[in-house]
Design a protein. Structure first.
Length: 566
């Protein structure tokens, strides 16, 4: 029989039975919730391991040799070159932008800082359409130049080349570097810089010997995810890739879907995974070093309005580049969906889009798939965060490696492995695959909040609670609600904007809005593709913006990490 609390002794018999019933109902509810979280984690693990092992297993069968080794080496080198140069361009734009955002006050500063959400909530497919609408052969930029100078051919055909891929990915991802570096730059301890200035040291030497050393971990933390995004880039390379140049991701797609050379798929997938695992390990090391870097300033570093003459010129050039290669392409998607080829305002594009036969089902499939994927990702992320918080394995290297592994595997590899394991695909395969790859993003949003719960609060909950799950669902869960909301919004946006997995899985009769948009672009119906992409981008940005409400107070909860064991 369940033990009764001392405070219940004086209660009437009926009240005691009522409290016992409430306790049992609550215990049953918490048990079911815990079982659901465990089930989500096991399903996510299975949806990751089964297709990945299926994709790489041909490499160990010994049925033949991997052909065209020089070609594979060339593809790998091309992938690294494209990712390195794209990351370098993102850093070249992002670091100066971080300086102005953190050190100067100017009109549009908040808008520039808000660009940090674009790579997270705007899918790469929409960015590809944006650059096609602006800098494509029939884009706004080339059309204006052709009309002004009476040219018969587009003067800038660079977009469909290696340079176009680098330029697009560099400007698309520069806000990630900007935000990472700006957050650190605004909190560095200025005492060393001030001391160096008193000794007559030049500003350039101060930057390279003091400031750069202090913000270096933040630069690394911002550049590594950009490198990984560019390394795994699929849609942009697929649409812009130059003749004779392909990346590992695109090569895996062709080998698995067109050539049916699954041994080549396995070999390329292993190369990808090992490369990214090394980078992720370095990222974790940089993150830990950043936590123990020079102490932050105890005095708030206020941004100033005054610009020097050199800063004014450099700032104007920087804003011009961002406006032309970042803002203008995004605006061109909006313009292309409302303006006809003759330059007149029209709603015919939207009318034809809404009347398209496959549009309603694509929109419905997107919402359903994104909702269930976000739910499963959030449940899995919270379960594993709570597991690490309360488990004695919380400091185990393998336990901490589990959320990193999905980030080291491409969606193309998982899609091909899923098709090989389950030839008769369904939308459930798409949800499972997206969950397997996206739940670590939810985990990264939730885990800091779970770790921020003070240890003495949890100890008190354990002491006064008769149900061991009480401390999780009555203390940790409410405390982490902001992170949970953020995780749901981010996972929803990632799932909605994913065009790679729907394309690779090729579920018959099942289109998502992102895949529908890709097919419109492939059919050279760029006006309708822009309208569909604009709607998709608005949907992703709306859900992500709603989740940003939770991030406003994330810093406050992170500062309350007293007693955390994360």
């Amino acid at each position: 029989m369940m033990p009764l609390k001392k405070s219940w002794v004086s209660l009437p018999h009926g009240k005691i039975l009522e409290k016992v019933k409430v306790f049992r109902n609550r215990k049953l509810t918490f048990t079911l919730l815990a079982a659901f979280g465990l089930l989500c984690f096991l399903l996510s693990a299975a949806a990751f391991l089964i297709p990945y092992l299926k994709a790489v297993s041909p490499l160990f069968k010994g049925s033949g040799k991997v052909r065209l080794v020089p070609q594979i080496i060339r593809i790998t080198a091309y992938t690294f070159e494209e990712a390195i140069l794209s990351t370098a361009l993102a850093a070249l734009i992002g670091i100066p932008a971080a300086y102005f955002v953190s050190k100067k006050r100017f009109f549009g500063r908040s808008l520039l800082r808000s660009f940090g959400a674009v790579p997270l909530c705007i899918p790469p497919l929409i960015v590809a359409l944006a650059y096609i609408s602006t800098f494509g052969m029939n884009g706004i930029f080339n059309r204006i130049l052709m009309q002004v100078f009476s040219l018969k051919e587009a003067p800038f055909p660079y977009l469909y080349s290696f340079a176009g891929v680098v330029l697009t990915q560099g400007f698309y991802n520069f806000p990630l570097v900007m935000i990472s570096v700006a957050d650190r730059w605004s909190t560095v301890d200025k005492s060393q810089e001030n001391a160096a200035r008193l000794l007559g040291t030049s500003s350039s030497r101060i930057f390279f010997t003091i400031t750069l050393r202090q913000i270096a971990p933040a630069i690394i933390s911002g550049c590594i995810p950009v490198f990984i995004f560019c390394f795994f880039s699929f849609m942009i390379v697929l649409l812009f890739g130059s003749v004779g140049g392909t990346t590992l991701e695109l090569a895996i797609f062709h080998a698995g879907r067109i050539e049916l050379d699954f041994q080549k798929v396995a070999f390329l997938s292993v190369i990808e995974t090992l490369s990214v695992l090394i980078l992720l390990s370095f990222w974790e090391y940089a993150g830990k070093k950043s936590e123990h870097n020079d102490s932050v300033s105890l005095e708030k570093n206020y941004a100033v309005k005054k610009f020097s003459a050199k800063e004014s010129v450099f700032f104007a050039a920087l804003i011009f580049l961002i406006a032309v290669f970042f803002v203008l392409p995004l605006l061109s998607v909006f313009i292309s969906s409302f303006v006809s080829k003759k330059g007149a305002l029209t709603f015919d594009t939207w009318k034809s889009l809404f009347s398209s036969r496959g549009f309603p089902s694509a929109l419905r499939n997107t919402l359903v798939c994104a909702f269930f994927t976000a739910t499963l990702c959030t449940a899995t992320g919270f379960f594993y965060s709570a597991f690490l918080r309360f488990s004695p394995l919380r400091k185990n290297v393998l336990a901490r490696l589990i959320p990193i592994l999905p980030a080291a595997v491409s969606s193309v590899t998982i899609g091909i492995g899923m098709r090989a394991a389950f030839p008769h695909g369904s939308f459930l395969m798409l949800i499972a695959s997206q969950t397997a790859l996206s739940w670590p993003f939810a985990y990264r949003q939730i885990h800091p909040h779970v770790c921020a719960v003070p240890g003495n609060v949890i100890d008190s909950a354990r002491l006064f609670s008769q149900n061991p799950l009480d401390s999780i669902f009555r203390i940790v869960l409410p405390y982490s609600k902001r992170g949970i909301l953020s995780a749901f919004g981010l996972s929803f946006a990632i799932s909605s904007g994913d065009a790679t997995l729907p394309l690779v899985l090729g579920v018959q009769g099942f289109d998502t809005l992102s895949l529908f948009t890709y097919r419109l672009a492939g059919a050279y119906r760029f006006a309708q593709a822009s309208a569909s992409g604009l709607l998709l981008g608005f949907l992703c940005a709306l859900v992500f913006a709603l989740s940003k409400i939770s991030l406003k107070n994330r810093g406050k909860s992170s500062n309350a990490k007293g007693g955390n064991e994360g």
